[in-house]
Ligand binder design. Structure first.
Ligand SMILES: Nc1ncnc2c1ncn2[C@@H]1O[C@H](COP(=O)(O)OP(=O)(O)O)[C@@H](O)[C@H]1O
Ligand SMILES: O=P(O)(O)OC[C@H](O)CO
Length: 514
């Protein structure tokens, strides 16, 4: 457990407070915020990553629920407050990760299938052949890929004995982690609310972006009985009251973690964008009240919806591997001892020595969506040292960002004025400078780097009237650091061409199974 951010509530002039749960890929955390959006206390707990086969990633949803309860209790304790000092609880979560459970007992019927899991690749190819790629993109805003929840539900229904029949009888519930946590918080088998929010629903491949409702035809073509689906609600409203130790506390927001970061970064105006640099990287741009189609490999997704206001849409560029490449250099290669050391190593040389590293470890996400790609280090000569490779690792994140920014500008027609950043990798100054150099845009980091939890807290606070409107939230955003472009245009474009050549070499490595 980490308590590095823990400070006592009295330092913040007393309550009331808003608490937010971030149920993430590697850990669950709870943060208590004050009215200025400052952190009062944090509690966090990791859960097991279950890796049954290459490409498969699972979580134990029961373990996650236990951890969520512990971190909420832990954060309140560290803040020195009781539930009556907290006005509302917000939820944000790793998206797409899929769990099915028994309505009567609350027992998951299988481990949750995580967003990174590629087991539905073949199923997605089949759906592409039978139903057509375009139909899914047109109705749901998403390309057919193993990343999304719908095909994961289908896999579970096909592979857990008797499950489809039970699901059709209405005995089984589906949820992404927001639904799972809200259902359990609000009573579980004793009247728990089976709901999700529009942002999470927009990652299932089952919600029609134009109606904001489950799409019957799409559900039928993927083979999902609609009985399992939760009710789709807005991102900021009271879904119900918590029970048990937190009895009476309003559960008042849900947003997928990347949408929550967009909200926490106060990207409320059309054209504002943020990029979150964690295990993977997710760049989202607010595109206003109409969904914008992508012709350049981005996702069209829901940004947020506050109560009964009009929804706000976003374009998203998702990159599967960024911080996890740094972890790989540390854990699998042993070339560094800590994630932070990559900056020292990379700074010991002036450039990449001619090496380019494309980390297509689980295929390539945006803008390519190629599950047949695998990782490549190109341009190797005897001259290349581990320091050059460290540089190539950081540049990989920067070039992948550039590809997304280019696609974003083409799709939205908006020139990026600045990129607001957050996430663990933003501690790396060399990386932040390189991102500014290769995108030719200013990169800015706010004082509160925990924008994901902050976004969920903001949405919950709006729902219960703790904050009055988004203008009030905007005033809380304070710049902590800024990087401006220093690279000359010729170098930038030459290096970009080399990167694109390296990307080409990753494609088609895996031959289609079956
Ligand atoms: N100084 C650093 N330089 C580069 N990468 C870093 C640095 N510090 C942390 N990271 C990477 O950032 C990731 C953790 O960021 P975080 O935002 O906590 O991720 P997540 O929320 O996805 O778990 C890890 O993958 C780690 O390798
Ligand atoms: O939990 P994170 O921060 O790795 O985020 C995962 C994303 O929501 C996947 O779409």
């Amino acid at each position: 457990m980490s308590d590095t951010h823990s400070t006592h509530a009295s330092a913040h002039g007393g309550g009331p407070f808003i608490a937010a749960i971030d149920q993430g890929t590697t850990s669950s955390r709870c943060i208590v915020f004050d009215k200025d959006g400052r952190i009062v206390a944090v509690d966090q707990k990791e859960h097991e990553q279950i890796l049954p086969k290459p490409g498969w990633v699972e979580h134990d949803a029961a373990e996650i629920w236990t951890n969520v309860q512990q971190v909420v209790t832990g954060a309140l304790k560290k803040a020195g407050v009781t539930k009556s000092d907290v006005l509302a609880l917000g939820i944000t979560n790793q998206r797409e990760t899929t769990v099915l459970w028994e309505k009567a007992t609350g027992r998951p019927v299988h481990n949750a299938i995580v967003w990174q899991d590629t087991r539905t690749d073949t199923l997605c190819k089949e759906l592409g052949r039978n139903v057509g790629q375009d139909r899914f993109r047109r109705e749901t805003g998403l390309p057919l890929a193993s990343y999304f929840a719908g095909p994961k539900i289908r896999w579970l229904l096909d592979n857990v004995e008797g499950l489809r029949e039970r699901a059709e009888r209405g005995e089984i519930l589906f949820g992404t982690m927001d639904s799972w946590v809200i259902w359990n918080l609000t009573g579980g088998p004793d009247g728990g609310r089976h709901v999700t929010d529009v942002t999470n629903a927009s990652r299932t491949m089952l919600m029609n972006l134009h109606t904001m409702a489950w799409d019957e035809k799409i559900c039928a073509s993927i083979g999902i009985p609609m009985e399992v689906l939760p009710e789709i609600r807005s991102s900021a409203e009271v879904y119900g009251e918590a029970t048990g130790e937190l009895a009476g506390l309003p559960v008042a927001s849900a947003l997928g973690d990347q949408q929550a970061a967009l909200f926490g970064q106060t990207c409320f105006a059309q054209g504002e964008a943020k990029s979150t640099y964690g295990t993977g990287t997710f760049l989202l741009m607010n595109t206003g009240h109409e969904p914008v189609n992508s012709y350049n490999g981005l996702l069209t997704t829901v940004g947020y919806r506050i109560g009964d206001q009009q929804p706000v849409f976003a374009l998203e560029g998702s990159i599967a591997v960024t911080g996890s490449l740094v972890q790989w250099m540390r854990d699998q290669m042993g070339l560094i001892n800590s994630a932070a050391e990559i900056e020292t190593l990379a700074s010991s040389v002036e450039d990449n020595g001619g090496a380019y590293f494309v980390p297509a470890f689980s295929g390539l996400f945006a803008p390519y969506w190629r599950s047949d790609a695998r990782g490549v280090i190109a341009g190797l000569t005897r001259y290349v040292t581990k320091a050059h490779l460290a540089r190539a690792v950081l540049e990989a994140t920067a070039w992948q960002t550039r590809e997304i920014v280019d696609a974003m500008q083409k799709d939205s027609g908006v020139e990026l004025a600045a990129l607001k950043v957050d996430g663990g990798m933003t501690a790396n100054n060399l990386l932040m400078q390189t991102i500014s150099d290769v995108t030719d845009a200013p990169v800015v980091r706010p004082m509160v780097a925990e924008t994901t939890c902050l976004g969920a807290a903001y949405a919950a606070g709006l729902a219960v009237g703790f904050w009055s409107d988004t203008d009030e939230l905007r005033a809380n955003w304070k710049r902590a650091a800024e990087w401006t472009p220093r690279m000359d245009a010729d170098t930038r474009e030459r290096e970009y061409r080399n990167w694109l050549k390296a990307v080409e070499r990753t494609m088609g490595w895996i031959e289609e199974e079956n």
